[in-house]
Design a protein around this ligand. Structure first.
Ligand code: CA
Length: 421
């Protein structure tokens, strides 16, 4: 079982709780500063192998998933900053979408249960009413949720979900208004067709930026669709916030392509964020066996799946004879072999934890940690693996208005990381 690997080296609960290991982050960061020309192979990976001491003891029954009761806290150090991580709530199973209202409450999707939740910093959970029925087969359910920039005035929220279609499923994009604890005035903006029998690799992330609504979709199983301009699967789409197709989209006006396509060649996007300085769209996607990618999206560009990849088939054979580079196809800005199985992602743009400002956080569901990545001149120069040893399948990641970093763990729980006092 894959989970066992992450627990290697742990003699059990007593060691876990007793261990107090300060991270080597400040020293490693300084060393990297001295060698800005580091190639990707020279990247220093900081492995925070053990959790710092748990301030309270998690129950034995929760050891397999590493889950701990609400209120459990751990101290840690990252980039020289003393931090404390606190379990905000356990009242969630598969935290997929995570964003924040202006008042500081989290708005989170509980994927498989099809629940939309409002969560206060103190852990009070309110179930939002008016959410549509979802298909929760395999990886389906209520996927992402994002606020409109005008949320404070309009209450507008956008969300994605998998929906039944005669035994198969597709991904729907809707907009509604959040009024107190209910969704009202639901409007269908987009339906990704065709429906497919597979219940996996939907992607389903949303972004609102620059006056557009971007939707990142996976190949939904049949990989050749990622290169098929007549299919929305394996694409990032660009829509107006009302679902209309902008006339200046790269494939608009062509008879042989869906005009909503912005980029193509994606396998299964799970992280989808705007760079706080450049405004560029960054996308993190699952490769097959190996080859998870971080991509910087450019209008009309082809990200290669399944023609080029750094991964292999799950059973081991090469894909397309192992082709990794091809003219006309983009290279990722970073890739992981072996895979980390990325969850959500968030750029840390706040000044609240200044040593983190500019970092990209990515949940590592497969490798069971929270990755903090630093990029310089278009290259990743540092990867810190936070919370290694907890066995947490970190999925959703987002930054709260107060600068705290929240993440969701399958199983599940929401955890808040802030400066230790
Ligand atoms: Ca690619």
């Amino acid at each position: 079982m894959r989970a066992g690997r992450d627990r290697t080296g742990h003699a059990g609960r007593a060691v876990r709780v007793a261990a107090l290991v300060a991270l080597a982050a400040p020293r490693a960061t300084a060393a990297l500063d001295a060698s800005p020309a580091a190639t990707p192979r020279e990247i220093v990976a900081i492995e925070a192998r053990l959790p710092a001491a748990a301030l309270r003891l998690p129950p034995t029954a929760a050891q397999d998933t590493g889950l701990a009761p609400a209120g459990t806290r751990w101290r840690l150090t990252s980039a020289g900053m003393p931090l404390v991580a606190t379990v905000v709530t356990r009242d969630i199973e598969i935290p997929f979408g995570l964003t924040f209202l202006p008042d500081g409450r989290a708005l989170a999707t509980d994927r498989t249960a099809g629940r939309l939740l409002l969560v206060s910093r103190a852990g009070a959970v309110t179930v939002v009413q008016g959410v549509p029925a979802v298909n929760h087969v395999e990886d389906g359910g209520l996927l992402d949720v994002q606020l409109d920039p005008s949320f404070a005035r309009t209450g507008r929220v956008y969300f994605t979900f998998t929906e039944d279609s005669a035994g198969s499923s597709w991904v729907a994009v809707e907009r509604a208004r959040l009024v107190r604890d209910s969704l009202v005035d639901r409007v269908r903006l987009y339906t990704a067709r065709p429906a497919l029998a597979r219940g996996t690799q939907h992607g389903g992330r949303l972004l609102l930026t620059g006056g557009f609504l971007y939707v990142a979709l996976g190949d939904h199983g049949p990989r050749e669709q990622a290169q098929d301009l007549r299919s929305p699967w394996g694409k990032v789409l660009r829509l107006a916030p009302d679902g209309a197709v902008p006339p200046d989209n790269p494939f608009a006006g062509r008879g042989d392509a869906l005009p909503e396509i912005w980029t193509l060649g994606h396998r299964n996007p799970h992280g989808f964020v705007v760079h706080p300085q450049t405004g560029a769209l960054w996308e993190v996607e699952h490769g097959p066996k190996g080859g998870d990618e971080v991509n910087i999206l450019a209008r009309g560009a082809n990200y290669g799946w399944p023609v080029i990849t750094y991964g292999r088939e799950y059973k081991g054979p090469l894909i397309n004879d192992g082709l990794e580079v091809k003219d006309g196809m983009e290279q990722p800005v970073h890739y992981w072999v072996p895979s980390i199985a990325p969850g959500g992602a968030a750029f840390y743009a706040s000044r609240a934890l200044p040593a983190w400002t500019g970092s990209l956080f990515v949940g590592a569901m497969g490798k069971r940690h929270l990755a903090r990545l630093e990029f310089r001149d278009g290259r990743m120069v540092l990867e810190e693996k936070l919370f290694l040893g907890h066995n947490w399948r970190v999925r959703a990641v987002a930054v709260a208005p107060d600068g705290a970093l929240w993440f969701g763990v399958d199983g599940g729980m929401l955890v808040r990381v802030a400066r230790a006092r």
